[in-house]
Design a protein around this ligand. Structure first.
Ligand SMILES: Nc1ncnc2c1ncn2[C@@H]1O[C@H](COP(=O)(O)OP(=O)(O)OP(=O)(O)O)[C@@H](O)[C@H]1O
Ligand SMILES: [Mg+2]
Length: 250
């Protein structure tokens, strides 16, 4: 019917504010962010060090609470959710890869990746098959029995990405997921993100790498806790697509 209301965006924020106050002067990390992410959209966030990008992602993933402002996921207000309800969202609907690795250090690579699927109710066979597929896609076959401490930084990043994607979340929040990767590792990660995007899942990717940002549908420049620019990359003006990144050479 023509008068049906439009579906709500996947994610919307209004007036998000986060200030850290510890010793010394308070850090106004996020100073009023209004943001809308539609289903399936691939959005890159760039900006200088200290601009507040990681803080924004932590707020959107429920790892920190805003001082003020609101967050809606699929039209439902979630900013006041308890830790436990956020944990369920992160298990089922929002995959997160943070800047500093967050693997469980005393679990093997395989168990790190399978854990979220098992917690979400998959059986062991499904969890294993999904894990095998992701490790192969990320060039990490043979590492399943390793402990995180036995992997390089780049390998740990890819395991963290596999873990974030294993439950097919609607939204992936990724903070510099290629930060310590060489160009081969970067290509593998981008290929996986591209596949994820093609399945209609949304990505919010923080990156300092302009080549990666140019693969997104939209680039948000974050500066001093605010959105300084928000550009949709149309044909001919950027948005060269993931294929341009897949061609990167060392
Ligand atoms: N836990 C914390 N306690 C106090 N201040 C913090 C904390 N985390 C971040 N900050 C401050 O908040 C501001 C924003 O930090 P944030 O980590 O969000 O920046 P960023 O854009 O992710 O930077 P980078 O590109 O270096 O990762 C900075 O001034 C930082 O020093
Ligand atoms: Mg950061």
């Amino acid at each position: 019917m023509s008068d049906e209301p439009a579906p709500p965006p996947l994610l919307r924020t209004q007036g998000l504010v986060k200030t850290y106050s510890g010793e010394g002067a308070p850090a106004h990390a996020v100073r009023g962010v209004d943001l809308t992410i539609r289903r399936g959209e691939f959005v890159a966030v760039t900006g200088p060090s200290g601009a507040g990008k990681s803080t924004l992602l932590h707020l959107l993933g429920g790892l920190q609470r805003p001082d003020s402002g609101s967050i809606w996921l699929d039209g439902e207000r979630v900013d006041s959710y308890s830790e436990a309800r956020w944990a369920v969202l992160r298990r089922r609907r929002i995959g997160v890869v943070f800047q500093f690795f967050n693997l469980v250090s005393n679990l093997t690579v395989a168990d790190n990746i399978e854990l979220p699927t098992l917690l979400a109710g998959s059986n062991a066979r499904q969890a294993r098959s999904e894990r095998e597929k992701l490790l192969a896609e990320l060039g990490l076959e043979g590492k399943e029995r390793s402990m995180p401490g036995e992997l390089s930084g780049g390998e740990q990043q890819r395991v963290a990405l596999a873990r974030a994607l294993v439950n097919h979340p609607d939204l992936l929040l990724a903070d510099e997921p290629t930060g310590s990767l060489d160009s081969k590792g970067t290509r593998e990660v981008m290929r996986l993100l591209s596949r994820f995007h093609q399945r209609g899942q949304a990505i919010l990717l923080v990156t300092h790498d302009h080549r990666l940002a140019s693969a997104a549908d939209r680039v948000i420049s974050f500066f001093d806790g605010r959105v300084a620019d928000d550009a949709t990359l149309g044909a001919g003006t950027g948005g060269r697509g993931v294929s341009s990144v897949l061609e990167l050479k060392d």
